[in-house]
Design a protein around this ligand. Structure first.
Ligand SMILES: [Fe+2]
Ligand SMILES: [Fe+2]
Length: 162
């Protein structure tokens, strides 16, 4: 059947890993899934818009991964390397999917479904491993970490596309 099944994108409190900044980033990624679904349902969606939206989403995923990786590093998380590898692998899969499907609405739907499934697993399993370690750093160290990372991400952010 070609009728697309809508992906449930509502935030569920069970997704929370207990770290406000990371929960917000996950919510933001869920919102992107929702936005892309709406966009693809529009009868006049074009390839340019699909590509641009997918690129924006991938940028958000990358910056979320950067946040998590620096955070895990700060905490000395024992599975830092393997978790980082799962991020790398996801980005690789995503890149391939986008290269193969970005010009078609059905292809873009496949990407969104893939991302949504991945995101739910990522929140429910992967990110729980390091979340409890936040209690090991002081509030002041965490504040400094957030400040430095935001500064770094601001500097790395590419110029806005016209
Ligand atoms: Fe995450
Ligand atoms: Fe992660």
């Amino acid at each position: 059947m070609s009728d697309p099944v809508s992906i449930p994108t509502q935030w569920n409190p069970a997704y929370s890993i207990g770290i406000v900044e990371i929960d917000q980033q996950h919510m933001d990624l869920m919102r992107h899934v929702d936005t892309m679904q709406d966009l693809l349902a529009h009868p006049k969606v074009n390839h340019h818009t699909i590509r641009k939206t997918l690129r924006t989403f991938i940028d958000h995923v990358k910056s979320h991964f950067q946040f998590e990786e620096e955070f895990m590093f700060l905490l000395g998380y024992e599975h830092y390397h393997s978790h980082k590898e799962t991020h790398k692998f996801l980005l690789l899969q995503l890149k391939r999917l986008v290269e193969d499907n970005q010009d078609q609405v059905n292809g873009a739907r496949r990407i969104i479904k893939f991302l949504h499934n991945w995101l739910v697993g990522h929140m429910a399993v992967d990110d729980r491993g390091y979340a409890s370690l936040i209690t090991q750093i002081s509030a002041e160290d965490y504040r400094l970490f957030l400040e430095q990372l935001r500064h770094k991400q601001d500097q790395e952010r590419p110029e806005e596309e016209a």
